[in-house]
Design a binder for this molecule. Structure first.
Ligand code: B3K
Ligand code: ZN
Length: 848
């Protein structure tokens, strides 16, 4: 297949103004009637070309005249050659097959619920349409369906609804806001609502509904609470009000990703809606809050202002991720949120940026757009907004955003237009900053220092690595937030931001004492900071830095050295001993200090230091160090474990979750001590999932005899609850012990394993691929297992297969033997007949 290129963008020859859709739903042979008002667009004149896939055209009329025999059909759409009037109505009727739709894109059935997923290019599987985001139209929708699926939802405002003479039901919806086709949504099912109401700042009432399968309505409370807080927060932080009288969320079980921001009708993976203390852990609650907020915030950043084309994806995703990060920071602890986000950025985006799938935040070409919903577009995209925010300051940032909404409401925009509002407001030239959008690769900033009594110099050098297809890079604009610390942690200068714009720059400070620099505070830029520091300096920063991020960073640096066997464990243990006992520190923050780098991170670090990674050696060294640490800190860990016990019933709030996180981090280390299993066994009987699951993990990790009965009891209790069983699968798949693969294979071959549901596939197969020790088994058995499953999933669900295939993207880190084993699996996949475009693109790039 030919790549699509940003450079080839042309405006559409035809625009759709209004869309009228009538659905006649049935599992097979659902009928979609569309009446679309077309007008000429700004693009070069040409025939009417509409996208369409897997559609059976039954009728076509132009202004009422039959044109069925005039349209030319091919596998990707239809063409209607001229001469065409400047404006006309096109009516088509197509038949589609929701039951056969296993790709989960377009209109499909999930557990008896009809639902849609149109982003990025799924609308073309519903009807013929110019399926591109710069075509924005108003939609009105009529749904007719059997009485067995009585709840009929679409975007916008509800209209008439009722029963038809034949007993079937109907409902009408009208969305007054012009939108691109990717935001269209429809749901039909036997659903119940958890309802609430929200009054906007200007006093308009909004009916809120979270729609779930009967029986699940008691698990919606937290999602609803998060929704109301999100709506209020967007009013307060960005001045953005909701713009319809209803807002609906639907939870479905089969979903390729987390959720989707369809106008007025968000559709969610049920995993990110449903929660109760018995079934969901603290991390689940946190994710529900963050994703509910994210999708809601898209209403302004994505829906009211959308993307001109898919190359601009980060325009809505980077910004919306940044907004949801700000929201979560406000709801919980800002430093803890920042540390979590940076951990994720490094684990997923730095990894991507350093491998064969590296691409710019605004890619310049793609074969399958679904392959570009990546950590780079989302998370690095958010980092770029964060840097802008830091560089211009919160006040100018808000002014720029106000201008963005004022200038571009109702438009499909580009990164140029986004940056221009900042240039207008601040008069700053952002030409160099814009390189962040086009240059892939994580810049490395190398620090050197000089000291003569009275004079301290700080030199920063930047190197931007080459990435696939982009060998040489220009220097970037990198904001480095910093402080200079003296005795006892005193700030010797006003903390500020150094803007590194040249390949190398030096700053000079007149100081009476030699400082310890605290650089890249708050992780002010997505770069790798390279500074030779001593163990003493790191311990000093962990104890004294006023920037919590860098305190944690200092602990992480110590942990890396200890776990990689580069430095003795004792000094790290001493530094940790002080920090975890510091009652002034938030328990959630202390939990982060105690959560040590995993094997994957150690492998990335090994490779970044220019050595091939040996997964067995990494695992052995890190387990030894962790055991030594647990031994050294046992009394403190036990004391904290007891002190952090929850007094009352479960509450999902950040403070209570932080205490549990600290307690569970203690248990994780204590599982390496003789006392571990008995603590874990007791905790495994606790009523909340936030306590039970980490206890089970500790038992499994320790290989304790109590592990198997506990696992069996868990399965017996939850076998009818797929979301909870996902945790059971994941726990087993991620245990780093010999024998895990055999167990995972047995589980995956059991008929009860519903692998076609993406959540199940991810909880077992994809989860196993994150088990560094087992996935990278020297005999290649882990690689073969994954490749077999990808080949099995691809014909049914290429999008999820391609995403999970990213597990192989790190292959160049490892020793030659493993490299050739992985290569062989990738080549085997590439040779498979009828491989999807999605998986072909990913595998080809990985082999590249
Ligand atoms: N915009 C959707 C993601 C769509 C993914 C399509 N493969 C969810 C989100 O980012 O909010
Ligand atoms: Zn998003």
């Amino acid at each position: 297949p030919q790549p699509i290129r940003l450079a080839d963008y042309t405006p559409p020859a035809w625009r759709a103004e209004t869309v009228r859709l009538v659905f006649d739903l049935a599992p097979r042979g659902a009928k979609v009637h569309a009446k679309i008002r077309f007008i000429r667009g700004e693009g070069p004149e040409g025939p009417l070309r509409l996208d369409g896939q897997k559609l059976m055209l039954m009728a076509a009329k132009l202004d009422g005249r039959d044109v069925f025999h005039d349209v030319a059909l091919d596998a990707d759409g239809l063409t209607l050659a001229g001469p065409l009037p400047d404006a006309f109505d096109l009516e088509t009727t197509v038949e589609i097959d929701p039951e056969a739709n296993t790709e989960l894109e377009g209109l499909y059935l999930s557990n008896g619920i009809y639902c849609t997923q149109c982003e990025a290019e799924g609308f073309r599987k519903i009807t013929y349409f110019p399926d591109r985001p710069d075509v924005m139209a108003t939609y009105s929708v009529r749904i007719e369906a059997p009485a067995s699926t009585p709840v009929l939802l679409s975007n916008g405002e509800p209209g008439e609804a009722g029963a038809l003479p034949d007993g079937r039901l109907f409902a009408e919806w009208h969305d007054p806001w012009p939108k691109p086709s990717y935001l269209f949504a429809l749901v039909a099912g036997n659903l119940v609502a958890h309802r609430d109401r929200f009054t906007t700042a200007s006093g308009r009432a909004v009916d809120l509904g979270i729609w779930v399968r009967p029986g699940d309505e008691s698990r919606c409370e937290y999602a609803m609470d998060a929704l109301k807080r999100s709506m209020r927060w967007d009013e307060e932080a960005y001045g953005r009000e909701y713009d319809l009288s209803v807002f609906n969320i639907v939870a479905v079980d089969d979903f390729n990703m987390g959720a989707m921001e369809n106008k007025g009708l968000n559709i969610f993976n049920s995993k990110y809606v449903l929660a109760s203390p018995e079934t969901a852990g603290d991390r689940d609650y946190e994710l529900i809050e963050g994703i509910i907020a994210h999708e809601y915030f898209h209403n302004w950043t994505g829906n009211r202002i959308t993307c001109r084309d898919w190359f601009q994806l980060c325009l809505k995703e980077g910004l919306t991720v940044f907004r949801d990060q700000q929201f979560s920071a406000d709801m919980r602890s800002e430093p803890v949120k920042r540390i979590d986000d940076v951990k994720m950025l490094r684990a997923r985006q730095f990894r991507e940026d350093a491998g064969p799938l590296a691409h710019p935040v605004r890619p310049e070409q793609f074969i399958e757009i679904n392959n570009f919903y990546t950590a780079t577009v989302y998370e690095k995209g958010a980092e770029l907004i964060r840097m802008l925010h830091l560089m211009v300051g919160p006040k100018a940032y808000r002014q720029a955003l106000d201008l963005y909404f004022e200038r571009h409401d109702g438009q499909a925009c580009t990164i140029e237009q986004w940056l221009d509002v900042f240039q207008t407001v601040t008069n700053r030239d952002l030409t160099q900053f814009k390189l962040w959008y086009s240059q892939a690769g994580t810049p490395r900033v190398t620090v050197s220092e000089g000291w003569k009594p009275g004079k301290y110099t700080l030199t920063l050098r930047q190197d931007v690595p080459s990435t696939p297809g982009a060998p040489s890079k220009k220097p970037m604009a990198i904001p480095v937030a910093f402080g200079l610390l003296g005795q006892g942690g005193r700030e010797l200068v006003e903390p500020g931001v150094l803007e590194l714009t040249e390949p190398e720059q030096t700053w000079t400070f007149d100081l009476d004492e030699r400082p310890v620099p605290s650089l890249l505070r708050g992780f002010s830029a997505p770069v790798i900071l390279d500074r030779r520091s001593t163990a003493a300096e790191r311990a000093f920063l962990l104890a004294h830095d006023s920037d919590p991020f860098n305190r944690w960073e200092a602990a992480r640096a110590m942990a890396l050295e200890a776990l990689m066997g580069a430095e003795p464990v004792a000094p790290f243990a001493e530094a940790l001993r002080l920090a975890i006992a510091d009652a002034d520190l938030d328990p959630a923050f202390r939990a982060l200090l105690l959560t040590l780098p995993g094997d994957d991170e150690l492998a990335r670090e090994t490779w970044a230091r220019g050595r091939q990674a040996d997964p067995d050696a990494i695992h052995a060294a890190s387990e030894t160090a962790k055991a030594a640490l647990a031994e050294a800190l046992e009394p403190e860990l036990r004391a904290l474990y007891t002190a952090m016990e929850s007094p009352g019933p479960y509450s999902p709030d950040a403070a209570a979750a932080g205490r549990r996180a600290l307690r569970n981090a203690c248990l994780g280390l204590l599982s390496r001590r003789p006392v571990g299993p008995s603590l874990a066994e007791a905790q495994a009987k606790a009523p909340s999932m936030s306590e039970r699951l980490p206890a089970l993990a500790a038992l499994l990790h320790a290989g304790a005899p109590a592990a198997e009965p506990a696992l069996a009891a868990f399965a017996e209790e939850w076998k009818a609850d797929p979301l909870v069983m996902d945790k059971w699968y994941l726990l087993q798949a991620t245990t780093p012990r010999e024998g895990t693969l055999a167990r995972v294979k047995t589980l995956s071959e059991d008929p009860s394993f519903a692998w076609k549901t993406p959540n199940r596939f991810r909880s077992l197969v994809a989860a196993f691929s994150t088990n560094h020790f087992c996935f990278h088994a020297a005999d290649g058995s882990g690689y073969r297992f994954l490749a077999d499953w990808l080949l099995k999933l691809d014909p049914l669900n290429p999008q999820t297969a391609a995403r999970v295939a990213g597990a192989f993207e790190t292959w160049r880190r490892y020793d030659d033997a493993r490299q050739s084993l992985i290569r062989a699996e990738l080549e085997r996949i590439a040779r498979a007949p009828a491989l999807s475009r999605d998986l072909t693109e990913i595998v080809t790039r990985m082999l590249g």
